[in-house]
Design a protein around this ligand. Structure first.
Ligand SMILES: *[C@@H]1O[C@H](CO)[C@@H](O)[C@H](O)[C@H]1NC(C)=O
Ligand SMILES: *[C@@H]1O[C@H](CO)[C@@H](O)[C@H](O)[C@H]1NC(C)=O
Ligand SMILES: *[C@@H]1O[C@H](CO)[C@@H](O)[C@H](O)[C@H]1NC(C)=O
Ligand SMILES: *[C@@H]1O[C@H](CO)[C@@H](O)[C@H](O)[C@H]1NC(C)=O
Length: 494
C-alpha cells in the first residue's frame, strides 16, 4: 500500500523538459518560506514544499531521464543544389539526420511566478547523417554516398512550464520553450575533395536551425505527454480495504523564487461505505512553516488528517474489541468479584466474563508545540457467560488521555501511544453500585496490557509517507507545531 502522491514526479518532471527563453526576473518573489494563506487559495490538510535543494536534486535526476527519453531525435531530410567550381551543379541530399547523444554542461532550475523555469547550457549533441550527391557530366550521371558525423556545440535550452490546478489535478502547459545552437561542426567521411566545404557552406546553418526547431518541438510534445500522465494520477489512494487518502490538489501550486508549495486535500475517506458520514475539517489547513532550507522537502500534515483517519476507521467498526483473555485470567470470572459484587456472584456463580470495549466516538487528536494528544472515549460493557447466554451486566465510560509521539521509521510515519491518565464514570449496572476501585484496577489492566499495546502494534506499522515511486524520504525529522506535524527531510532514490 504505497502512497504514490507523485509530488516529486510532478515537480521534477517540470524540470525534465528544457527549452529556450529569456528568464524574466519579474517573476522573482520574496525570498521567504513563510507562506501566509491568502484569500485566493484553499489550504489543503497536507502541504508539500520543495526547497531549492529539492528542486535542484529533482532537476539533476530528471535531466538524465529526459535526455534518455527524448533521444534519438530524428530531423527531416535536407536537399539542395549547390554550384561547385569546375564540377557544376550538384544535388546534395542529407538524410537520416539523427541526434544520438547529448551531454549537459550545466543547468539551473528556478521556481517563479509563472511556473518553473529551467535552463540547460553547454549542451553538446552528437549527430550522424547520410550524404548523397549526384550531378551530370554530359549525359553521364555521377553519384556517391557516405556518412558524416556532426556535433552541435554550445547548445542552450530553456523552458518555462506553467502549472495550474484544474479539477483536482495539475495541468501543465508550456509558456515558453526554445533552443539555441552556437556552432555545428561537420566531419564528412569519404566523398570528393570538394564535398566537405560544400556541405559546410550550404548546410551548416540549415542543420543548426533544424536542430533548434526539432529540440523545441520534442520538448513541447514531451510536456504534453507529461500533462496526460499528470491527469491520470488517481485522486484517491487506497490505504487498505477501508480507507483511502484524498490526494486531490485544492489550489494552484505556489511558486516562489526558491520553492514550490503544493496544497492537497489530504483527508481520509471511507471506501465502500457510502453512508459513512465524512469527516468535516475543523482547522484552517496545514501549517506552512518550514524553517530549514538545508533540507530538500517539507511535508506538513494538519491534525485533521489524523482525525479524518480516526473517523474513517471508527465508522468502519475498527474500534470495537471483545476481550476474553487477560494476563490475570481469574479477573474474568465472577468468583473474583464475589466479595465486591455479592449480587453478581449470586446470580452467576463461577461464570466466565468478557469485556466489550467500544469507542463511543472517534478519538480526537490534537497536535501542540510539544507532542500529539489523543482523547479516547470508550464504553466498557461487562458481560457474563452462563451456559447458554451472554448477559450484559454493567457498563462504564472510560475517558483516556494519551500522548502520541510521532516517529519516522524509514519512509513510514509511525507513532507511540502512551497513556497519561484515564477517568471512569459508571453508565448503568444490574449488579448494584459499581465499586470504582475494583473496576479501575480491571480497566487499568485491560488498557495497559491489551488496549494500548494493541493500538501501538497498529501504529508501529504506520503509514508510508507520501512520496512517489522511485523516491523516498531520507533521514527525515519530525516536529510538532501548533496543530500540524512537520516532516523535514532529504529525498533519496530507491
Ligand atoms: C476530495 O477532496 C476534494 C477537494 O477537497 C473534494 O472536492 C472531494 O469531494 C473529495 N473526495 C472525496 C471522495 O472525499
Ligand atoms: C443463564 O442466564 C439466564 C438469564 O439470567 C437464565 O435464564 C438461564 O437459565 C441461565 N442459564 C443457565 C444454564 O444458568
Ligand atoms: C491530557 O493530559 C495533559 C497532560 O497531563 C493535559 O495537559 C491535557 O489538558 C489533558 N487533556 C485532556 C483532554 O484532558
Ligand atoms: C513501512 O511500511 C511498509 C508498509 O506498511 C512496510 O512494508 C515497511 O516494512 C515499513 N518500513 C519500515 C522501515 O518500517
Amino acid at each position: 500500500m504505497e502512497l504514490r502522491l507523485l509530488f516529486l514526479l510532478f515537480c521534477s518532471s517540470l524540470l525534465v523538459l528544457p527549452t529556450h527563453l529569456t528568464l524574466s526576473s519579474a517573476a522573482k518573489d520574496t525570498d521567504t518560506h513563510l507562506l501566509q494563506p491568502t484569500d485566493q487559495r484553499r489550504d489543503g490538510c497536507i502541504s508539500v514544499l520543495l526547497t531549492q535543494q529539492g528542486i535542484d536534486f529533482a532537476k539533476d535526476v530528471l535531466i538524465g531521464k529526459a535526455i534518455s527519453s527524448l533521444i534519438p531525435i530524428q530531423l527531416d531530410d535536407i536537399e539542395k543544389s549547390v554550384k561547385i567550381p569546375l564540377v557544376g551543379t550538384v544535388r546534395i541530399r542529407l538524410s537520416d539526420i539523427t541526434i544520438n547523444e547529448a551531454t549537459v554542461g550545466s543547468s539551473r532550475a528556478q521556481a517563479g511566478r509563472p511556473g518553473i523555469q529551467l535552463v540547460a547550457s553547454g549542451i553538446t549533441a552528437q549527430m550522424s547523417l547520410k550524404w548523397k550527391y549526384s550531378y551530370k557530366v554530359w549525359f553521364v550521371e555521377i553519384s556517391d554516398h557516405g556518412v558524416a558525423s556532426v556535433q552541435a556545440e554550445g547548445m542552450r535550452v530553456g523552458v518555462i512550464a506553467g502549472v495550474k490546478e484544474d479539477g483536482g489535478t495539475l495541468k501543465l502547459s508550456v509558456l515558453a520553450c526554445g533552443c539555441q545552437v552556437e556552432d555545428v561542426s561537420i566531419d564528412v567521411h569519404g566523398g570528393a575533395s570538394w564535398l566537405y566545404q560544400a556541405v559546410v557552406d550550404a548546410f551548416q546553418n540549415t542543420i543548426k536551425s533544424k536542430v533548434e526547431k526539432a529540440v523545441a518541438k520534442k520538448i513541447t510534445d514531451g510536456i504534453a505527454k507529461l500533462d496526460t500522465k499528470l491527469q491520470s494520477i488517481p485522486k484517491l489512494i487506497n490505504i487498505d480495504r477501508t480507507a483511502a487518502l484524498n490526494v486531490t490538489f485544492v489550489s494552484d501550486p505556489i511558486f516562489q523564487s526558491s520553492s514550490v508549495d503544493l496544497q492537497i486535500d489530504g483527508l481520509f475517506t471511507s471506501l465502500g461505505n457510502a453512508l459513512a458520514p465524512a469527516y468535516h475539517r475543523v482547522g484552517r489547513g496545514a501549517s506552512l512553516y518550514y524553517d530549514d532550507e538545508s533540507r530538500m522537502i517539507g511535508i506538513s500534515l494538519h491534525e485533521d488528517v489524523f482525525n479524518s483517519a480516526a473517523t474513517t476507521y471508527f465508522n468502519a467498526g475498527y474500534m470495537d474489541w471483545k476481550i476474553n483473555k487477560l494476563p490475570d485470567q481469574s479477573l474474568l470470572n465472577t468468583a473474583a468479584w464475589k466479595d465486591v459484587y455479592p449480587e453478581l456472584y449470586k446470580l452467576y456463580p463461577d461464570d466466565d466474563m468478557t469485556l466489550d470495549v467500544k469507542s463511543a466516538s472517534p478519538p480526537v487528536i490534537t497536535i501542540t508545540e510539544d507532542d500529539g494528544n489523543a482523547a479516547i472515549a470508550l464504553d466498557v460493557t461487562v458481560k457474563v457467560l452462563n451456559a447458554t447466554q451472554v448477559l450484559p451486566v454493567a457498563c462504564v465510560s472510560v475517558a483516556i488521555n494519551a500522548s502520541c509521539t510521532p516517529q519516522i521509521l524509514g519512509n513510514n510515519l509511525t507513532g507511540v501511544l502512551d497513556m497519561r491518565s484515564f477517568k471512569l464514570s459508571p453508565k448503568w449496572s444490574n449488579i448494584g453500585n459499581l465499586q470504582t476501585p475494583l473496576l479501575e484496577e480491571m480497566v487499568s489492566t485491560v488498557l495497559g496490557s491489551i488496549f494500548i499495546p494493541y493500538v501501538n502494534s497498529h501504529l508501529a506499522r504506520g503509514f508510508p509517507l507520501p512520496v512517489i515511486h522511485g523516491f523516498a524520504i531520507a533521514d527525515g525529522e519530525i516536529k510538532c507545531m501548533d496543530s500540524s506535524l512537520i516532516i523535514r527531510s532529504d529525498i533519496a532514490l530507491t
